[in-house]
Structure formats: C-alpha cells, structure tokens
Design a protein around this ligand. Structure first.
Ligand SMILES: [Mn+2]
Length: 401
C-alpha cells in the first residue's frame, strides 16, 4: 500500500545564547537561522528540536527576541515545531522559556508523562496526522536515565518518533558520561535524539537512532572536532527511512597545534608559526601542548599573539592551554582537561559514595539549581521565588514556611 511520504527536520542542542565571545554568539545564532531558513525552503512537514534549544532555562532578552523572530517565520510558513526540554533548558520547577514559546503558539512540547502506581512512567503521544511523537526531556546531570528505563508508550502506531535528550552507550563509546543502552528504550521507528554533541547514526532492524549534532559547535573542542553546525533531514514513506545530515559551513576553522617547551621563548615561536598561515576570516583555534621545562604559561604573551592574529584578519581567536604540562612538585606531571563542572560532579559523586545519607542524594541537583544566576534585569523577589520553587521541587517539599 502506498503511503504518503513525509519529510521532516531534526535539530538538537541549539544552545541559543551560549558563547561568551560576541563573534561566536553571533555565528551560533546565524547557524540556527540558516537551518530554519533551509527547513522553510525545503518545505519540511514539521521540525523536531530534541532539547537544549536555549543554553539556559532563562535566556537573555536579546536572545529571546531573536529566537521569537525565527519561530514567527516558521509559524508563518505553517510548519509545526515539536520539542522537548534538554539538560540546559530544563528546570526542576518546570518553569522555562519553552513554556513561553509554547503559550505563544510557536511550538508544542510533546512531553506528556504520568507516573503509574507501579512506578512505571506512561507516555502519551502527540499525533501529527498518523505519526505518533513521544518525548521525554533531558534533566540536569543525567537524572532522566533512571526514568527512561521505566518509560513505556501508551499506544502502538504505524510510525512512531521518540524524542529524547540522553546519551545512548553506542554513541559515546568510552567517554565517561551517564548513558543508557538503546535497547532499553521503548520501540520506535525514529529516535530523534539530542545531548551528545556529535553526528551519529545507528540502527537496529527498522529503528533509526540519530544525533544530528549541535546546530553550532559549543566549545573549543567541538569547534575543532565538528567545525560546523548541522541538522538532519529525514524522509519516510511509513516503512523505510532515509536520513541525511546537513552541515552548515559559515566560517572556516583553522586548528593549530603547537608544541612548546619553553615559556620564555614560546611567544616568538608561536608568532613565527602563525606568520606562515592564511587566517583571514577564519575561526582560529590555537592549542598548545608540551612540557614546560623553562618558564611558566604566564610567560606566554597572549595579548601579543592575539594582536598578531587580529592583524591577519582572523574572525575570532580561541586558545586552549590545558594540554601544557608543568613538572609539579607534589602532583607529579599533571594537567587535566576536565573543566571545573566535571571535577565538581566527580567530587560530588565520590562524596555521595562515602556519605550515603538520605539528604546527600539531593546534592548534585541542589548544586545545579543553586548555580542559576540572577538575570540582569530580574527583580530580587522574582529571582528568590524562582530559586525557591526549584529547591522545593527538588527536595519534594510542598511549602516552605
Ligand atoms: Mn546540549
């Protein structure tokens, strides 16, 4: 029997509002914009956003303004947007800007779950014609993984999409990251996934598991690995699925790796290396490695290097010195590429292991909630209320007196 062909777009990890450097914040948004434009040109039937649309649950007004303009374009083109929250735009109290977008009629959050008496979690689909779209949000610190093993679908449909913001083991390999075996997820035709920032596709029988990659790389490493943002175009006749990953090249990335051993002469060495390269309009990633036998990283004159790169008309310059090792007295040869959140998380886990007190299991969640900063123009009372409501939800407290 001939069924209607459906073409849809699958995006994830847009992180709108991320990046400190203005140039990269701009590129991040332009990449999202380009994807939206492509979806409209390609006349896709709907757009899926599998979490982390925003970089935080309370994005800055400027970002919201620009994002709403994009969603307005999509709405005017009559293309529905289905989404779930991710680990970044999730909030324990359930208050996020995704609700604002939804109330404005710009998207549909497809999460619809109820906890059953036996502890299982029943999901109900959102129906797009005869396609059933289920969704379960990502939470902070992989808290959703335990939930996902209890999740089941309320109904069976000929074509099912499951939107999840979680790492599956097959996609992350040996990376130390909370993950779930893909076989543990309820059976769907297309798993529209997010959270793992890389392009990945896998299948079992007729089921496809897809991470489209972030709509723009989110840090130094991702810029160097992925170079560009991307999304997935998917086409199905109800039985067969064809998918295509589409990259959005906006600016060329120049990854430069230089080994140094002397902090005192490093500046000159680096500049003479850079002098041979064409950097015009490129994203310049400078990674330094090596063991410093003389001098310190503080001896490297990065201002001078940056000025030099600017003179060569680079678009933006990022440096990474986490692979420089220093022969250290107490720690041995040590350096870590772990960022402070990872260290914090690891320490928190170790602490919980040694102190399995009931209260301590809230530790990581509380840390996450307390790390939410007050927005620039937000009134203290509103901020307090927002924070308290997060804390109450985490601690499962009805009312704080
Ligand atoms: Mn993400």
């Amino acid at each position: 029997m001939e069924t209607k062909r459906t073409r849809f777009a699958h995006l994830a990890d847009c992180h709108l509002g991320s990046w400190r450097q203005e140039e990269l914040q701009k590129l991040n948004f332009r990449s999202f914009q380009k994807i939206i434009d492509t979806c409209i040109q390609e006349q896709v039937e709907f757009i899926l956003i599998s979490g982390d649309l925003f970089d935080s649950a309370y994005p800055p007004i400027e970002i919201l303004k620009d994002s709403f303009a994009e969603f307005k374009k999509v709405k005017d083109a009559n293309i529905p947007v289905y989404l779930i929250a991710g680990s970044h735009d999730f909030s324990a109290s359930g208050k996020t800007f995704l609700d604002v977008l939804e109330k404005a009629g710009f998207c549909k959050n497809v999460e619809n779950s109820t906890i059953q008496e036996n502890g299982k979690i029943k999901l109900k689909p959102y129906m797009h014609d005869n396609i059933a779209i289920y969704g379960y949000p990502g939470k902070k610190s992989g808290m959703e993984i335990e939930d996902l093993s209890k999740v089941y679908f309320s109904e069976i449909h000929p074509f099912t999409i499951f939107m999840v913001h979680t790492a599956i083991r097959a996609a992350i390999g040996t990376v130390p990251m909370e993950s779930i075996e893909k076989q543990k997820l309820p059976l769907a035709n297309y798993y529209a996934m997010g959270h793992v920032h890389k392009r990945f596709e896998d299948h079992i029988a007729n089921s496809r598991y897809v991470y489209p990659g972030p709509t723009f790389p989110n840090n130094f490493q991702e810029l160097s690995d992925l170079k560009y943002g991307s999304f997935q175009l998917v086409e199905t006749d109800g039985a067969n699925i064809q998918t295509k990953n589409i990259e959005i090249p906006l600016k060329e990335v120049a990854s430069i790796e230089i080994e140094i051993n002397n902090g005192l002469t490093a500046t000159r060495e680096i500049i003479s290396h850079l002098d041979k390269l064409v950097l015009r309009d490129k994203i310049v990633l400078l990674k330094l490695k090596g063991i410093l036998l003389e001098g310190k990283t503080g001896d490297i004159r990065f201002n001078e290097i940056e000025d030099f790169i600017k003179k060569k008309d680079a678009y933006v310059f990022l440096k990474n010195i986490s692979s420089i090792k220093i022969p250290d007295l107490d720690l041995g040869m040590m350096s870590s590429t772990e960022n402070f959140q990872e260290i914090e998380k690891r320490k928190s886990k170790e602490f919980l292991g040694k102190n399995p007190h009931n209260f301590n299991r809230y530790h990581q969640q509380l840390m996450d909630a307390l790390s939410i900063e007050k927005n620039e123009d937000e009134k203290a009372v509103i901020y307090e209320e927002r924070l308290l409501s997060e804390l109450k939800t985490i601690l499962e407290i009805e009312e704080i007196l």
